[in-house]
Design a protein around this ligand. Structure first.
Ligand SMILES: Cc1cc2nc3c(=O)[nH]c(=O)nc-3n(C[C@H](O)[C@H](O)[C@H](O)COP(=O)(O)O)c2cc1C
Length: 327
């Protein structure tokens, strides 16, 4: 058998396939099943500050009329603590029963809250922390420089508070994506996840209602993270994990060829069940043996832009006649 172990965020993973942040990892039984099927690690569903704030407002509404100013603080504290207690319990139980690393994930709206949550998740025993960071690119009043600074500032604040490895999961909505990925990779974090896939609205044209577009990805979505892992692999100072559109073993192989230390999968498991994980591991192993690779490092980055004989092809974007193949 080929050795498919890898190091990601300084953690030893038995396989490069991580189950990404989602409902798939929200119970210990599911985590154990994922481990059994070959997951190298799991990322827990994000604890969302926005969701907690929403619950807090609901609580206040239910108690309407019967609270005073002091109770505002009490409810805020109580709701946050209840949510955190559940999350902490999940981390602790998962750590007790599973052997694979457990990565906690957090998403905050207000910058001062990130470090608070990070400290609590580290204390709960998480092996690493994934910051699911996204600041609205719809805000006309904020410059791109100000948005970029927010990311850097928050990473600094969280780093000052925790000593476990930190990964940053981002979207590709940046003015100069390559420069931003590089700057973030030099901010003292251990890894970056390229890229998160955001919720998108869709329209129901007969009722003129807004609905949600495909919640799950399709394999064709691999192309964007594949290009960016390949382009950035040799230009960053941290590990890169690929996320979005990884639906089979071939996609895993492509991302490692591009230079990824690990990959994250979600939609493929929602669509095909946990057994898809085992199929991906098998496909990776079979391909490695057929190509006489016995460890991931033997082919990792072989198709990154830096090692490519034709680096320009990675930056080509226009469908000119010659490249598009269609007349
Ligand atoms: C149902 C569902 C829930 C998700 N929840 C989270 C979350 O809490 N935090 C997060 O960072 N990403 C979340 N994601 C995004 C996934 O982690 C992943 O980045 C995205 O689905 C792209 O990967 P895929 O193509 O393998 O699905 C969620 C995705 C799905 C489908």
């Amino acid at each position: 058998m080929a050795d498919i172990s890898t190091r990601y965020l300084g953690l030893a993973l038995k396989s490069p396939i991580i189950v990404g942040s989602s409902g798939l990892t929200s119970s210990v039984d599911r985590i154990l099943e994922l481990e059994e099927c070959g997951a190298g690690a799991v990322v827990l569903k994000s604890i969302f500050e926005e969701e907690i704030a929403f619950e807090y407002e609901e609580t206040l509404r239910e108690a309407s009329g019967s609270y005073n100013v002091e109770q505002f603080d009490y409810y805020d504290y109580q709701v946050k603590e209840d949510r955190l207690a559940k999350y902490v319990q999940l981390i602790q139980e998962a750590k007790k029963r599973a052997a694979i690393p457990v990565i906690a994930s957090v998403n905050c709206t207000y910058s001062h809250e990130w470090a608070f949550f990070a400290r609590r998740l580290e204390a709960a025993g998480a092996d690493a922390l994934e910051l699911n960071m996204f600041f609205s690119p719809f805000d006309l009043s904020r410059s791109s420089a100000a948005t970029e600074k927010l990311y850097i500032d928050i990473v600094e604040k969280v780093r000052a508070q925790v000593s476990i490895p930190i990964a940053l999961k981002i979207s590709y909505y940046f003015t100069n994506l390559a420069s931003m990925i590089q700057r973030l990779s030099q901010s003292g974090i251990s890894g970056m996840v390229l890229f998160n896939r955001s919720y998108s609205p869709d329209f129901e044209i007969d009722t003129c209602k807004v609905t949600s577009a495909n919640v799950l990805s399709v394999p064709a979505e691999l192309a964007i993270p594949l290009r960016w892992i390949a382009v950035m692999a040799s230009r960053v100072d941290c590990d890169l994990a690929a996320s979005t559109g990884i639906h089979d073993g071939k996609a895993v192989i492509k991302q490692i060829l591009a230079g990824a230390k690990a990959v994250q999968v979600v939609s493929a498991l929602y669509k095909n069940g946990t057994k898809r994980l085992q199929e991906m591991v098998d496909e990776l192993q079979t391909w490695m043996i057929r190509n006489e690779y016995y460890a991931l490092d033997q082919f990792r980055g072989k198709m990154s832009q830096a090692q490519s004989g034709d680096p320009a092809v990675y930056e080509r974007v226009q469908f000119m006649k010659h490249f598009g193949g269609l007349q």
